[in-house]
Design a binder for this molecule. Structure first.
Ligand code: ZN
Length: 388
């Protein structure tokens, strides 16, 4: 609250200045000054630490004319940035309602109002404002960018694609990667609705924009799996670029299911071993160890993990090794190992698996659209001892 008071002092000073001029004119005209009285009411609220009432009194007093429009806009902007969107909306609506407002100022106020609505989560209202401003060359780019944000938030991918293509044409900046993600979003939605044909069409568009696209490759495997083509699913995973192999952590369940369907556990071991050789992370290594354990027992699985840990140390690999030792040790040793296992399990539970290369947001889930910085395709598997 003291911060708000400090912030309001220059505002009160400015109002005092404006009010002084106005009060002088009113006094000359009628001998009385309601403006001056209201100013003192507002000042009184401010001094009594009632800034909300003070703000409303000041704003009501400030008549809209060509000189004060900028002040209204600045105040509205300030309120929005402070999270007071209701107040920002009131100020901008008040501005727009004035018939005397110049066309340029009206559009500026509309632009601000659209941003207020966006901050308040009223996407349909914000959308109609930015659509209206799209025809004005001065506001076209800003409106396009805001519309792009709105359509992404709403998950309206066809509209998002259209606006991103327009933005690309207007600025010359490539939006291809983002557009490819939008097509993938459509493909995933169609897949979830079991509309394989539509999913295939969207995926084809994504891949035509970005042929070596990790999300597209993983999705083409998902589609092949949904069609019951297990060999094609595995081929799609093999087509990943070497630097994208760590993303196979996402595919372990599918790989498992494919070989279960093909009833070929030996081929599964061979497939997973190749993936590990090519740089797949600890999730794939643990799947391989499990397949080896099923076929050749705990000792063979333990030896495999130990061999890999020497090459690429990993907390999760070590934990699995401890689990295998626990299962094969006597009572006394088991107690010690269980204590060690508990500590490691706590450590692992706190460690993220993916991190955004743009903003650093980290978690255990892979997001193609970063929930923090809203970038597309920036979440990467964390490599090294504590990661994948
Ligand atoms: Zn991010």
């Amino acid at each position: 609250m003291p911060e708000l008071l400090l912030l309001l002092l220059p505002v009160a000073w400015y109002f005092g200045y404006r009010v002084g001029l106005r009060a002088l004119n009113e006094k000359r005209a009628s001998g009385q000054s309601p403006t001056l009285r209201n100013y003192f009411v507002g000042l009184n609220y401010l001094l009594n630490e009632q800034p909300d009432k003070a703000i409303d009194t000041f704003v009501e007093m400030l008549t809209v004319d060509s000189e004060t429009v900028e002040t209204h806009l600045a105040l509205g902007n300030l309120f929005r940035r402070r999270g007071e969107t209701d107040r920002a909306i009131r100020i901008h609506q008040n501005l727009i309602a004035r018939p005397s407002l110049a066309a340029d100022h009206r559009k500026l106020a509309l632009l601000e109002l659209g941003q207020d609505y966006l901050s308040a989560g009223w996407f349909d209202r914000a959308e109609s404002i930015f659509q209206e401003l799209l025809s004005d060359p001065k506001h076209k780019l800003t409106s396009s960018r805001q519309l792009l944000t709105i359509y992404q938030q709403m998950g309206d991918w066809p509209q998002a694609i259209q606006v991103a293509e327009q933005l690309q044409a207007a600025t010359g900046q490539s939006q291809i990667e983002m557009i490819a993600h939008f097509h993938c979003e459509m493909a995933e939605a169609a897949l979830a609705a079991n509309n394989l044909k539509s999913a295939q069409q969207s995926l084809k568009k994504a891949m035509s924009l970005n042929g070596q696209f990790v999300r597209g490759s993983l999705l083409s495997a998902e589609l092949a799996f949904a069609s019951g083509d297990y060999r094609e699913t595995l081929k799609a995973y093999r087509r990943l670029k070497p630097e994208d192999i760590p993303y196979l952590a996402e595919a372990v369940g599918r790989i498992d299911a494919c070989f279960d369907q093909l009833k070929d556990p030996k081929a599964k071991i061979e497939f997973l071993r190749e993936c590990v050789e090519q740089g797949a992370g600890v999730t794939v290594l643990l799947a391989l160890a499990e397949a080896v354990r099923t076929q050749d027992g705990d000792k063979a699985a333990g030896l495999l993990i130990m061999e890999q840990l020497r090459r690429r140390p990993s907390l999760r690999g070590l934990y699995r090794l401890v689990e295998l030792f626990i299962a094969n040790s006597d009572n006394k040793t088991r107690d010690y190992l269980e204590m060690l296992g508990d500590i490691m399990s706590t450590l692992i539970a706190k460690r993220p698996i993916y991190r955004c290369s743009s903003c650093g947001f980290a978690g255990k889930t892979l997001y193609w659209h970063c929930p923090s910085c809203k970038s597309w395709g920036t979440h990467k598997p964390i490599q090294g001892l504590e990661g994948e």
